[in-house]
Structures are given as C-alpha cells and as structure tokens.
Ligand binder design. Structure first.
Ligand SMILES: Cc1cc2nc3c(=O)[nH]c(=O)nc-3n(C[C@H](O)[C@H](O)[C@H](O)COP(=O)(O)OP(=O)(O)OC[C@H]3O[C@@H](n4cnc5c(N)ncnc54)[C@H](O)[C@@H]3O)c2cc1C
Length: 492
C-alpha cells in the first residue's frame, strides 16, 4: 500500500531517498530550504563562469550506478561521465611535481622517477593491500545497517579488522609502504575529503586512496551538480514533489511544520538536513535523537569535521600550469593539519589546498579564453571563526603558489567570490559550518556514527552526518541503507 513520506532537504542523500521511495510507488514530498536542489553539490555562477560549489571529484562509481539500476535506469543514459587522466597534478613545496594516474605501471614509473625503486615497490604493495582492504571494508563496515554490537563486533568482522589493520593509525601505517615524505602525503591526504587528518584517521580510511588510484576520479559533463539534477528529474518523473524555498521549522515525530506555519503529516519523515543541526534545531528536544551506542556522546557533544574556505574566480586566461584537478602541499603537512584540527585552532601560514579548473575539460563553463578557477582551502570550523585577516592570508598564499606554479596573474581575476564556514552554516544549515559534516574519527565511524533511525517511530536520517558518512558515494549508500530500514520496518 502506498505510504506518505516527507524528506527534509534536497541534498543528494534526500533526493536519492525520494527517488527510491517514489519508485516503490509511495507519495513523496521533498522540502528544500534553498531555491535549488543539490545542497553542497549545487552549482554557483560567478562572473561569466559556472562552478561546482562543493564536490568536484566523482569517485567510487558503483553506488551511482546502483541508484540508477535500482530504479530500472542506466547511469550512462542520464550522466555523461568521463575518467580524469591524470587524476590531478600535485605541487610540492620544494618545487617538485607529480601527476597521479590510475594506470598502475605508469604510476609506478612516476613514483620511481620521484623517489626511487624502493618506493616504487612500496606503491605496488600499497595498492594490492588497499584493494583487499576495500573489498572487505565496503560490504562489512560501510554498506551495512548495524542493529547491535553483534553486527559490528562479530568474530568475522573482528577478524577482518585484524587482518587489514583497520584501526591502526593511517599516517603511521602508510609510512611502512613509502619512505619519501612527498609520497606519504600523496597517498594519505585523501582523508581530507572526509574533513579528517590522516594523522588522526584509522587505516580503514585508506580505502579513499584506493578509490582514486585503484578506480579513478571521474567527471560528469555539466559538473557535479548534474548528479542531483538527474536524480531529481527521475524522482519527479516517478511522482515525487520537490518544494523549493520551503524551509522546515520543526519536526515532531512524523509531523513537519514549515517556517510559514503550514503543517504536513506523513507515515515517515526522512531528515536529510545535516544531522546535528536537525537533532538540535528541528527536533527541539521532542525526540531522543538518533539511536546510538552507549559509548557515543549526546548530539551536542558530537565532534565536527573541519570546514572549507572557497574562492571562485572568473579568470581571464588559460592557466597553462594547471590541470583540471590540482593539489598543492605546503612545507609543513602535519603542522598544517594540527592547526586545523587540534586546539588551539588556527589558520596555517602555508596551507595545503586544492584548485580545480573544470573549464579545462568543459570549456563552455567559462567564456572563451577564460577559466573557472575554484580554490578549496581546508580551515577550522566555527569553533574558531575566520577573521578577514585569516581569509586574506589564505588568499594571498594561494595566489602566490598559483603564480609560481600555474602562470597565474592576480590582475586577471575578473570576478571573485569567497565562501567560508559562516556561509556553509547560514545557507545550508551545516552545524558549526563543518563542510564535511560530523567528524569521522574512530568513535564516529561505522557502528559508532549516529544511526539512520531515530528513537522516535517513523523518523529517519540520510546524508553525510549519519552512517556511513561524508562524500557523494557514501551519501548514496546512506539512501540505500535508509530504504532498507524502511522496508524492514514495514514502512516502504
Ligand atoms: C567544499 C566541499 C567539497 C567536497 N568535495 C567532494 C568531492 O569532491 N567528492 C565527493 O564525493 N564529496 C565531496 N564533498 C562532500 C559532499 O558534498 C557531501 O557529502 C554531500 O553533498 C552531502 O549530501 P547530503 O545529502 O548529506 O547533504 P546536503 O548536500 O548538505 O543537503 C542537505 C539539504 O538540506 C537542506 N536543508 C537544511 N536545513 C533545512 C531545513 N530546515 N528545511 C529544508 N531544507 C533544509 C539544505 O539546504 C540542503 O539542500 C564535498 C563537500 C564540500 C563542502
């Protein structure tokens, strides 16, 4: 029998859930605060250029393909997805460079050229071990609804944890494979995609390195925002209603009150708005919050990821030194990360950052002869709000590195928009402006991360701050998991 569902938030997690439920024949209404779908994966116009606001790297294609397949479609019919080769160009502080590639022999040769045959052998061993880790970790710890400690700490799971050294410190374990400091950075910085320092991360998160070097980085033509747009179109095609400019004020069980005072009722409500914000602000103490292990802390004490300071530039020129994706490391990788993640929080003097010029792959995203230069500098969340001086310091450093490496000239910036923790919080309701949601330290990972099911009947969560975690593929898996729960609970 068709049931009535309300999804609060039209991020990719909310849209994928809406599509799955609408495909099952249910009546689904998505309520979205902003004027567009996509949440963090929306697009932004600055000057004459179009940018992805947040995500730019499409990795782990399997959950994308699975979403389309589960509703009887083929991803290729809705998204024109291309492999990025090189993955990215990397600029080290000593002036050396390397380009990542998914072609293993070619990557091995590049590693050898940079650091010698010992590290080449280490790189080959690393990929073999990471592939095995990935094959075991995803089905057993990621794509899994945990109902109790037994699911997480079964003899089989514990054997896997031990076999793959999953809880060992990531940075320390990586050092067993490669000796060159630059390669250690190269093969560990991927935890930053979760807003987590590799020096604080468990080894299991090295699966992110495998996603890049084992499976590749992909780009959907039109930009990452094409993904939520395609999912939204399919959901609407199956009868879902998406109401934009419709902020929700409160949720009480399965009753939703909009800012306008309008009240809606459903058989079940799925909250896609960032979980800590939703628990603190929308539930208003009427609910006990998501089910958690006794070891986990109450919602206000949950730990948050870092944030991201963004600069979107309409640049007059081709930036010949840059590729589509570019990673810049500062001289002090650990010091840089300690400044962002450990008290006293501060903005590093020479931060690592990421630069994206998607107009290199898709020139029509910028006017002829111009480039859409996107900069992301990881920075503290609102626990240590950025000052204007902090922002200027970051921009100045980034521009200096771009001048040295990329042929950048500050006078050719035709339009610039900056965006930081305050904006992530104000526009998308990301708790503490933490761009990557709740932190992924060990005690907030897998079973220990807030569950997708609230203690109140009929109330569920989907998205980056619930299980399994942050990133578009994880958020898509989160929609698989919440659908599975709804089916098991007899609601879908
Ligand atoms: C700068 C940056 C770079 C990133 N890079 C990558 C990358 O390269 N690859 C990758 O895979 N991932 C990346 N990510 C992570 C990825 O963007 C997120 O994990 C994912 O988009 C989160 O989706 P979501 O559905 O959980 O939530 P969101 O995208 O946050 O969507 C939640 C929605 O809820 C809405 N909402 C909030 N409150 C209310 C309310 N009261 N009423 C109604 N609606 C409400 C919001 O407006 C929003 O639209 C990046 C993130 C950032 C910030």
């Amino acid at each position: 029998m068709a049931k009535r569902f309300i999804v609060v938030g039209a991020g990719l997690g909310g849209l994928a859930t809406a599509l799955r439920l609408a495909h099952r024949g249910h009546e689904v209404t998505v309520l979205e605060k902003t004027c567009e779908v996509g949440g963090r994966a929306k697009s932004v116009q600055v000057g004459g250029c179009q940018f992805d606001a947040g995500p730019t790297l499409m990795m782990m294609l399997d959950p994308f393909r699975k979403l389309f397949a589960d509703v009887g479609e083929r991803m290729e019919d809705h998204l024109d997805v291309r492999l990025c080769d090189p993955l990215y160009r990397v600029f080290f502080a000593d002036g050396s460079q390397i380009e990542g590639t998914v072609r293993r022999d070619e990557m091995a040769a590049r590693v050898r050229a940079l650091a010698g045959t010992g590290d080449e052998a280490g790189y080959r061993r690393l990929l073999i071990d990471l592939e095995a880790l990935y094959r075991d970790a995803v089905p057993n710890f990621v794509r899994k609804n945990f109902d109790g400690l037994g699911d997480f700490a079964s003899p089989k799971s514990l054997a896997l944890v031990a076999r793959h050294h999953m809880v060992e410190n990531l940075a320390r374990r990586a050092a067993r494979y490669v000796q060159d400091e630059r390669l250690r950075m190269l093969f560990t910085f991927q935890t930053m995609y979760l807003g987590l320092s590799p020096f604080d991360a468990p080894w299991v998160y090295a699966v992110l390195t495998y996603m890049e070097y084992g499976e590749g980085i992909w780009y959907p033509m039109g930009g990452m925002a094409e993904v939520p747009r395609a999912v939204a179109r399919l959901a609407e095609g199956r009868g879902a209603t998406i109401r934009l400019n419709t902020p929700v004020r409160a949720v009480d069980g399965t009753t939703v009150t909009l800012e306008t005072g309008e009240t809606l009722r459903a058989d079940a409500v799925v909250l896609n708005a960032d979980l800590p914000y939703a628990v603190d602000r929308l539930l208003e103490g009427q609910s006990r919050g998501p089910r958690r292990l006794p070891l986990a802390k109450p919602a206000p004490d949950l730990r948050h990821s870092c944030s991201a300071f963004m600069a979107y530039m309409d640049y007059d020129g081709e930036l010949p030194g840059l590729r589509h994706h570019n990673v810049f490391f500062g001289p002090e990788f650990k010091g840089n990360l300690d400044a962002i993640f450990h008290e006293p929080l501060s903005v590093p003097d020479a931060p690592a950052f990421y630069a994206c010029v998607s107009s290199k792959t898709e020139p029509n995203l910028a006017p002829a002869g111009r480039s859409n230069l996107y900069i992301l500098v990881p920075c503290p969340n609102l626990d240590a709000p950025l000052t204007l001086a902090d922002e200027q310091k970051m921009l100045g450093y980034v521009q200096g590195r771009l001048c040295d490496a990329g042929g950048f000239d500050p006078d050719r910036v035709l339009a610039l928009r900056t965006y930081g923790p305050r904006e992530w919080a104000a526009d998308l309701n990301l708790s503490r402006g933490a761009a990557f949601g709740l932190s992924h330290d060990f005690w907030q990972s897998a079973f220990f991360r807030p569950s997708n099911r609230d203690a109140a009947p009929g109330l569920y969560y989907v998205g980056a701050s619930t299980q399994p975690g942050n990133g578009l593929p994880m958020v898509l898996i989160s929609s698989e998991l919440v659908e599975e729960r709804l089916v098991r609970d007899g609601l879908a």
